[in-house]
Design a protein around this ligand. Structure first.
Ligand SMILES: [Zn+2]
Length: 75
């Protein structure tokens, strides 16, 4: 199952969980921040070049749909 990351809007705490696509929204809605108790989370798309070094992102694009480690069978 894919791994999702959500960040607390109030304190910045990041929570990760694995869920099916169908249950993702339900999981996200039930999240509670361990640090401040807030339920206000926004999804973090870590698979994209959000914090990636711009110098390397152009020469080494992230694998999209590739199967370098044979992990495709797990999904
Ligand atoms: Zn928080």
């Amino acid at each position: 199952m894919p791994l999702y990351e959500y960040r607390c809007k109030d304190c910045g705490e990041v929570v990760e969980f694995r869920s099916s696509m169908a249950a993702k929204e339900e999981m996200a809605a039930s999240l509670n921040c361990e640090s401040c108790g807030s339920g206000n989370f926004t999804q973090v798309y870590s698979g994209f070049a959000v914090t990636q070094d711009p110098k390397t992102s152009s020469s080494t694009p992230p694998p999209m749909g590739g199967c370098p480690g044979g992990m495709c069978n797990l999904q």
